[in-house]
Design a protein around this ligand. Structure first.
Ligand SMILES: NC(=O)c1ccc[n+]([C@@H]2O[C@H](COP(=O)([O-])OP(=O)(O)OC[C@H]3O[C@@H](n4cnc5c(N)ncnc54)[C@H](OP(=O)(O)O)[C@@H]3O)[C@@H](O)[C@H]2O)c1
Length: 343
């Protein structure tokens, strides 16, 4: 099998490390592998197939010789560096939001629209984590019953905001439990100090939840909500009616979504379950329901709590959970690379 020279940009981050692991686990045919991060991590090493690989400083290295580059170092880095890799002959699979809505860039979830990969002109975008798990469930149902409207509320883990956010939840949880008891008397001064201390999120996330992910736009929606709406429309169809509320919750890994769907055509719960049971990448919970703790490090998008919404003629409610770092980011990117090389 032909081998391919791979680069991972943002290799030391939560997503980048998982990309490296996923490339290894799935036996991707790798010729050479290069790892890039910021100056801060340059000179450190990560393990790949039992060997140490040097982490290079992205901004002071030559970028030649890469066939496929997997990017997960944020929008600003992608904006500056992706075109340089493409110029040097690489195909870039980008995890940032920078290129996702560009009309000439395919936005891909392989199980849903993998056929669009061949339309790439050097850049393929990986959707937002919350979009990937949503469209994997919506697409097969839409094909059969045609979706009229979707209302989604997300319950997103802190890892969606990277390593520093995971650290912040850990620190705040410890501090909260060391300082307070959830019952009886407490020191109000300490409580007020706890409430006002936060660096990654606008307010403490430990023992809390935040109905804000990203900055607010003029219309009152957050950036995350806008991404979820527009990316879903780009993948499923621009006419899809969809609204979203994105909430950050004190969970380390895996995003959950409560989804209400109204179909154009009549449906049965049995019919929906049959479709989801046979949809690639989807794990149907027939009896119980999926939860973030159990989906950690799993590949599937899990769906459960499927039930009719009797308040509208063709309505259904369901609950979707997936590991945001795996299928929500790293795995989806590696699957795109696999489809790319397999034509
Ligand atoms: N976490 C998720 O669920 C998720 C899902 C989908 C997409 N994404 C996207 O993936 C990207 C990374 O997310 P993450 O969770 O892995 O974040 P992270 O844990 O904070 O890691 C960020 C990575 O980017 C590197 N980086 C940052 N600034 C850089 C610069 N100026 N030059 C070179 N490298 C730089 C960091 O290198 P150092 O270690 O040297 O700082 C690190 O490797 C973001 O665009 C995010 O939106 C994340």
């Amino acid at each position: 099998m032909k081998e391919h020279n791979i680069a991972i940009v943002g290799a030391t981050g939560l997503v980048g490390r998982n990309m490296l692991k996923t490339v290894e686990e799935r036996n991707f045919p790798v010729g050479t592998i290069r790892l890039f991060a910021s100056k801060k991590s340059a000179g450190s090493y990560l393990l790949f197939r039992g060997k140490r690989v040097l982490v290079e400083d992205l901004f002071s290295s030559n970028l030649n010789g890469t066939d496929i580059a997997l990017f997960s170092a944020g929008s600003e880095v992608s904006k500056k560096i992706v075109p340089l890799f493409v110029h040097n002959g690489a195909v870039v699979i980008d995890n940032s939001s920078h290129f996702r809505l560009s009309p000439e860039v395919p936005l891909i979830v392989p199980e849903v629209n993998g056929d669009m990969i061949k339309k790439n002109r050097g850049i393929i975008a990986n959707p937002n984590c919350s979009t990937i798990q949503l469209v994997l469930v919506l697409a097969p149902l839409h094909k059969r019953f045609k979706i009229k409207r979707v209302v989604v509320s997300t319950y997103q883990s802190v890892s969606g905001k990277g390593y520093k956010a995971v650290k912040e939840l850990e620190t705040q949880s410890k501090e909260f439990l060391e300082t307070f008891h959830p019952y009886g008397s407490y020191d109000r001064t300490l409580y007020i100090r706890y409430r006002s201390k936060s660096s990654v999120f606008p307010y403490p996330i430990g023992f809390n939840l935040l109905p804000q992910i990203g900055t607010f736009g003029d219309n009152g929606y957050t950036l995350e909500e806008e991404k979820l709406i527009k990316e879903t429309q780009k993948i499923i169809g621009s006419k899809l009616k969809i609204t979203a509320t994105a909430v950050r919750v004190p969970v380390f890994y895996s995003h959950s979504e409560s989804v209400n769907i109204e179909f154009v055509h009549p449906f049965t719960i049995k019919g929906c379950k049959e479709i989801l049971r046979s949809s690639p990448g989807v794990l149907l919970y027939e009896q119980n329901y999926p939860i973030p703790l159990y989906m950690y490090e799993r590949d599937e998008v899990a769906v459960g709590r499927i039930r009719r919404d009797d308040s509208v003629p063709n309505g259904i409610n369901l609950w979707i959970v997936t590991d945001n770092i795996r299928k929500g980011a790293a795995l989806n990117a590696v699957q795109i690379a696999e489809e790319l090389i397999n034509g």
